[in-house]
Design a protein around this ligand. Structure first.
Ligand SMILES: NC(=O)c1ccc[n+]([C@@H]2O[C@H](COP(=O)([O-])OP(=O)(O)OC[C@H]3O[C@@H](n4cnc5c(N)ncnc54)[C@H](O)[C@@H]3O)[C@@H](O)[C@H]2O)c1
Ligand SMILES: O=C(O)C(=O)C[C@@H](O)[C@H](O)[C@H](O)COP(=O)(O)O
Ligand SMILES: [Zn+2]
Length: 366
């Protein structure tokens, strides 16, 4: 097992990474203050892992709340089911909420924990690659609004993150690929040697090689922890973790939540960010194509939805959380492995990026 740390003073917490950690009650116990525990999961993950996690928590009074599965349910109505479960079981302020599932469960359970009786403890037990490399770390919690992704939420850090890499053995291949989009993101924004490592190991990762997966998860969590340590509430460098997300969130919202997976939308959105960085002369066409090729090898889409017009993108992007005083800030690549957040770009270059021929770019050889 490896343990990393998110270093935020009194809000610091460990990230434990290893195979079979769901059974390690000793990793959970130090982070549970009271006698009550509420496991939040969904109808897909609960039949797979709820019983095992409940057994590890047998020393506590445990309830579970099993939510409907899917991005389309990341909303107020489903959040209310968590509060219903907590109140019906008379959970008090010393309860601990445990999120067992992917990023949708983690974001919703974390937000519920931030709100319930004005804040109770929570622990992240992520079970998708995406949630293990990204969403369980850093304290962004929330729900979607019909007009925009994650538009209602809170920064609220967990007490601990417990990553059982063996849970990935049941993850569908499409979801594994979606997680790889966020892994590739770290290479692009801050770690060029990691990109080379990913090029060498992408096939092993897709084949669920545990050694490769553990390496990818720990390098990703370490990269994210560093950024969060430096800028917990996204007043600066944390926005670089949003590479591809301004375009990607527009795709998710426009297409209907859940039609494109978050990781798929981030992949296509990052290709758009690569294209814009190339048009600005910051990266070469070869570097852009290197990124596209890696997304393709990871099984991810690189062509934005053909039904989306430039106007559709601009409408959704206008309410991105990085907009300040009406100016849209974008995360772009100054170099491979170095991201910048900027509103200093010619409007025509953004327009050309939205109208670029991504089908042609997807025909890359190699
Ligand atoms: N808070 C953050 O910093 C942050 C970061 C990235 C993404 N997100 C959010 O995370 C969400 C995406 O997360 P996700 O990709 O994990 O999607 P998800 O939570 O919808 O999970 C994907 C699918 O896999 C299933 N699943 C989960 N674990 C499984 C397992 N071990 N075996 C079999 N099936 C399993 C789920 O039931 C679901 O059907 C989005 O809402 C996104 O906005 C948040
Ligand atoms: O942790 C962050 O910061 C991120 O931006 C990580 C992203 O991968 C994630 O999708 C996040 O939820 C996006 O945040 P948002 O503020 O753009 O909704
Ligand atoms: Zn993301």
């Amino acid at each position: 097992m490896q343990t990393l740390k998110v270093d935020l003073g009194e809000r610091s917490y460990p990230i434990h990474i290893g195979e079979g950690l769901l059974d390690k009650s000793e990793l959970l116990a130090p982070h549970i203050a009271g006698r009550q525990v509420a496991i939040i999961s969904n109808e897909t993950v609960a039949p797979l892992y709820l019983e095992r996690l409940s057994r590890s928590l047998a020393a506590y009074s445990v309830i579970s709340v099993v939510l409907p599965d899917g991005e389309a349910h990341k909303n107020w109505e489903t959040l209310q089911l968590i509060f219903d479960g907590l109140l019906t079981a008379r959970h008090d302020r010393r309860t601990t909420v445990v999120a067992l599932g992917g990023g949708v469960i983690g974001d919703m359970a974390g937000f519920a924990a931030a709100c319930y009786q004005r804040g109770v403890d929570f622990i992240q037990v992520p079970t998708t690659l995406l949630s293990q490399v990204d969403s369980s770390v850093g304290g962004k919690t929330g729900i979607n609004h019909p007009l925009g992704k994650n538009m209602v939420g809170a920064f609220y850090q967990p007490q601990a993150v417990l990553i059982d890499t063996a849970t990935l053995n049941t993850l569908p291949p499409r979801e594994l690929s979606a997680g790889l989009a966020e892994v590739i993101k770290y290479g692009l924004i801050c770690d060029e040697p990691f990109l080379t490592w990913l090029e060498e190991h992408v096939d092993a990762l897709r084949a669920l090689d545990q050694v490769a997966l553990t390496e990818a998860i720990s390098r990703s969590c370490a990269a994210k922890a560093l950024v969060v340590n430096a800028d917990e509430r996204e007043s600066g460098v944390r926005a670089t973790l949003n590479l591809g997300h301004t375009f990607g969130h527009a795709i998710e919202t426009h297409m209907g939540y859940g039609v494109w997976l978050h990781g798929e939308a981030v992949a296509a959105g990052t290709v758009m960010a690569l294209e814009m960085s190339q048009r600005l002369g910051w990266i070469s066409a070869q570097e852009r194509d290197r990124g596209i090729r890696l997304f393709q090898r990871a099984g991810l889409p690189v062509i934005p939805p053909t039904e989306m017009t430039e106007a559709d993108f601009l409408e959704h992007m206008a309410i991105d959380k990085k907009v300040i005083d009406g100016r849209l800030r974008l995360v772009l690549l100054r170099h491979m492995g170095e991201a910048v957040v900027t509103d200093d770009y010619p409007k025509e270059i953004l327009q050309a990026t939205l109208g670029a021929d991504y089908r042609a770019l997807a025909q890359l050889k190699g």
